[in-house]
Design a protein around this ligand. Structure first.
Ligand code: EPZ
Length: 418
């Protein structure tokens, strides 16, 4: 497993970083392409392992794919013939469960192993199942497989018990070619869901309300060819914004959608950082020691849970104590023990973490428990005294395009080892 050495107390990060396409949009848009028996072109895909694995899976199902460039993929699902997704590939990424909605929506059945993914605590799929069952699907979960039979689904009214990005997306995918009208209430409002809806509608689907908590899908018989450009990755953007602030640097992010970053911009400004917003760029200047603030993670447009570990690193440098409430995932403080080994002072009580600031971090060997925790250790390593070696880097390579090159271009001293 590759490891990364991070030399601490390197000079503040400076320069420009180009943001890649959004992982969490791309991993839904590629399965969505299976709904059309016609070629589609997807542009601005991030060059990450989750995408490579997902493309391998759809090829295994009989779909024809070809790369026009490292970020542009042609998908022709007219030859889709299998509904059993291979376990060896599915277990490597969580978002493979979107294949359930796509396969049911296109062929009326699916057999997808229960996905693997990050260690963020329990990650049930009961809301996905609730939605599909409401449409008339017969679902059996056994032997680690989700088997869905849904040849004659009907549109349904579905009220999600919990705001779930995955369940919202899976139900949309199953509903696009299902006769009748499906209404998803208490739907997630993430920008990645809006991006997916735009792609589906470009193929001739009828999806309305994406980005609000009520999404209405009217089924259509066929979908046609389309070209779609994936939106920029707001979590990658927030990663470099927080890194710039933590290192006391001056970093311009290009190819971003500032609107998607508003909760992060607001919180960094509350900490005293300078954040300048332009049409498709954001500049962050870490011009002061951060002020202690409280952070509550919530579904979009709340502060994103995916940036909680990174914000925690920044708050270890703040004057005073900060309180972080993790309201999305039950077990998303697994990075705290590793941060404490670097000298952070964090006390976790249930879903709350109290971060005592003004702690000088010291480099140490740490293990990435998930991709966002891994990214937080890179930032911690940059501001720590001494060297940090991050193991399980595969987690990070799953979801961050060229993260070592991008950080090095900003002045970080990183070295990949093993
Ligand atoms: C998506 O995960 C993202 N992953 C996550 O990003 C992100 O953290 C999360 O949304 C929240 O924004 C992808 O898009 C591939 P949820 P997802 O369903 O869909 C509970 C990253 O780092 N829940 O919105 O799995 C669940 O346990 C990843 O890029 C149920 O109880 O998240 C959680 O507590 C990490 N039953 C909450 O809802 C269900 O059926 C929100 O989960 C589904 C979810």
């Amino acid at each position: 497993m590759p490891r990364l050495l991070v030399r601490g107390k390197s000079q503040p990060l400076n320069g420009t970083v180009k943001i890649s396409g959004a992982k969490n949009a791309a991993v839904a848009i590629i399965p969505a392409a299976l709904l059309a028996a016609a070629p589609v072109r997807i542009e601005n895909l991030p060059e990450i392992n989750d995408i490579r694995i997902l493309v391998e899976i759809i090829e295994e199902l009989g779909v024809q794919v070809s790369w026009e460039s490292p970020s542009t993929l042609l998908i022709d699902a007219s030859t889709l013939r299998k509904v059993q997704a291979p376990y060896e590939l599915v277990k490597k990424m969580r978002a493979s469960y979107y294949l359930i909605g796509a396969l049911v929506g296109r062929l009326g059945c699916a057999e997808v192993p229960i996905p693997g993914g990050c260690d963020l605590g329990p990650r049930p799929i009961d809301q996905h199942i609730k939605g599909l069952a409401s449409m008339g699907a017969k679902i059996v979960v056994e032997h680690g497989l989700v088997k869905v039979e849904g040849k004659r689904l009907q549109g349904a009214n579905i009220y999600l018990d919990i705001v779930s990005v995955g369940a919202t997306i899976n139900i949309m995918l199953a509903a696009v070619r299902t006769s009748g009208k499906t209404v998803i209430e208490n739907a997630a409002k993430e920008p990645e869901i809006v991006d997916l809806a735009n792609f589906l509608n470009a193929m001739g689907a009828h999806v309305r309300g994406a980005g609000t908590d009520v999404i209405k899908v009217t089924g259509v018989d066929e979908l046609r060819s389309a070209t779609h450009c994936v939106i920029p990755d707001r979590i990658e953007s927030g990663t470099y914004m927080i890194a710039a602030a933590a290192s006391g640097g001056n970093v311009m992010l290009s190819d971003v959608i500032p609107k998607h970053l508003e909760p992060v911009t607001a919180k960094l400004r509350e900490m005293g950082m300078t954040v300048d917003v332009f049409d498709d760029q954001i500049r962050v200047i870490g011009n002061c020691e951060p002020r202690a603030v409280n952070i509550k993670t919530f579904p979009y447009p709340g502060f994103p849970t995916d940036l909680q570990p990174l914000a925690m690193v920044l708050l270890t440098q703040a004057k005073g104590s900060s309180v972080i409430s993790e309201n999305v995932f039950e077990g998303r403080f697994k990075h705290v023990d590793e941060l404490k080994r670097m000298g952070a002072c964090v006390k976790v009580e249930g879903r709350t973490a109290i971060v005592t600031g003004c702690r000088r971090l010291s480099g140490a060997p740490v293990s990435a428990t998930d991709l966002r925790a891994g990214a937080s250790f890179i930032i911690a390593g940059l501001i720590a005294q001494g060297e940090t070696v991050i193991s399980q880097m595969d987690h990070i390579y799953r979801g961050y395009e060229k993260i070592c090159e991008k950080f090095s271009a900003l002045g970080a001293e990183l070295e990949e080892i093993d």
